[in-house]
Design a protein around this ligand. Structure first.
Ligand code: 2AM
Ligand code: CA
Length: 261
């Protein structure tokens, strides 16, 4: 697919950060057996990746704003455009040497996400989309599944822990949904959960108490693949509510009932 200039900038930044993180990930695999642990090292890897992305994006588009998990908000000269960046989504996986984490970069224009890139360097899977141009993984067009039956469907979620609230609500969701479906996975990187719904690997995904940078890129990718994306409250916007409910179009209504009781 011939992407726009902005999309090419995003993909280039994601690959560059991905190279840096992959190198650090190999080091984490060594640190796993050391007494010191890898936590400080991972924080540095995360910060360095965001710096790489910020430098790339701001050099290419100096007037755009920037919101990053590590940097926070930088206001741009152009108040209508802003990058939304999670340099390392799935940090806990990364820290434990689990090869399931991603770089997530979105572009927002006038409050709408218009382009998104989610890159999984360990599998070399680059998911991307632009509003109106479909969703892609590497060279291939991707689409949400058409599976309609809940009992044949596979879902993903994230389970809040520690200081994140909402654990009781998620346990209730699981108690409602699990007896009715084919399985629920909890892989720990929301951006990839969304990309996987876009690729038809999952039939749906929901998660409570996420941040905008966990979701922004994945939302446009899932939508462009034909999935329905809302907050958990009917017709709400996940970027406002900090929770998300996604499913393929044929079963969205049915699926949403498990969480809207
Ligand atoms: P992170 O790895 O960038 O922190 C896992 O359920 C998902 O929730 C991940 O996308 C993770 O992103 C995100 N998340 C957001 N806030 C979190 C927190 N305080 N602790 C763990 N995961 C968090
Ligand atoms: Ca994240």
């Amino acid at each position: 697919m011939q992407g726009s200039a902005n999309l090419n900038v995003m993909i280039k930044a994601a690959r560059k950060a991905g190279r840096s993180l992959s190198k650090d990930f190999r080091e984490v695999e060594n640190l796993l057996v050391s007494r010191k642990g890898a936590s400080d090292f991972v924080t540095r890897a995360d910060t360095a990746a965001e710096q790489i992305i910020r430098d790339e994006l701001m050099a290419a588009r100096p007037t755009y704003g920037f919101l990053g998990e590590e940097t926070g908000e930088i206001e741009g000269q152009d108040p209508t455009r802003r990058w939304i960046v999670d340099p390392l989504d799935g940090t806990t996986n990364f820290l434990h040497g689990l090869p399931h984490w991603a770089v997530s970069i979105a572009l927002e224009h006038k409050g709408q996400i218009v382009a998104g890139v989610v890159y999984d360097p360990t599998k070399d899977e680059m998911f991307f989309a632009e509003k109106g141009a479909g969703a892609w993984m590497n060279e291939s067009r991707i689409r949400a599944s058409v599976r309609n039956r809940i009992d044949e469907s596979l879902y993903a979620t994230g389970i809040p822990f520690a200081t994140r609230g909402e654990l009781p609500a998620t346990l209730k969701d699981l108690a409602n949904l699990m007896p009715a479906c084919a399985g629920v996975r909890r892989f720990g990187a929301a951006s990839l959960d969304l990309a996987y719904v876009a690729a038809g690997r999952y039939d749906g995904f929901w998660e409570r108490s996420l941040q905008v940078w966990d979701m922004a890129a994945g939302i446009v990718i899932a939508k462009e693949a034909g999935a329905i994306v809302e907050g958990i409250a009917p017709h709400s916007n996940p970027l406002d509510t900090n929770d998300i409910l996604v499913a393929n179009e044929p079963q969205f209504e049915k699926f949403s009932k498990f969480f809207r009781v």
